[in-house]
Design a protein around this ligand. Structure first.
Ligand SMILES: [Zn+2]
Length: 122
């Protein structure tokens, strides 16, 4: 895992699987406006029907919940049941950002997209 720092947010990025780990609260820090936070956080929904393989939380090592996110296009992400944080598979964070109408001028979002779009094409 390597750590990127964007503003004061540390983002763990696994070079092996290209996934991204955000500690609890970091996602909120990446979203600047109250509307963005509300929009993103209220669209989380635990998906009990998913048959995707469950991942283990890198912090508490328990299996994480599958959570679907987004209104039109659902993206399945993994969320720690103890609230340690959220895991995004390769590209999922970019997909999620694309599904919500986040301010395109959000500096951190655009940096993040650059960082991961680049790392995905390597
Ligand atoms: Zn955990």
């Amino acid at each position: 895992m390597v750590v990127f720092e964007l503003d004061e947010v540390e983002i763990d990025h696994c070079l092996g699987c290209r996934g991204i780990w955000l500690d609890s609260g970091e996602l909120e820090l990446l979203l600047e406006s109250v509307q963005e936070k509300n929009q993103v956080l209220t669209s989380f929904e635990i998906d009990k029907t998913s048959h995707e393989k469950k991942r283990k939380c890198p912090i508490c090592l328990k299996k994480m919940d599958k959570v679907s996110w987004g209104k039109d296009k659902k993206v399945l992400i993994d969320k720690c049941r103890n609230g340690d944080g959220i895991w995004f598979d390769a590209g999922e964070l970019c997909e999620v950002i694309d599904t919500v109408s986040i301010d395109r001028n959000n500096k951190i979002i655009s940096m993040l997209k650059d960082v991961f779009r680049n790392s995905l094409t390597k």
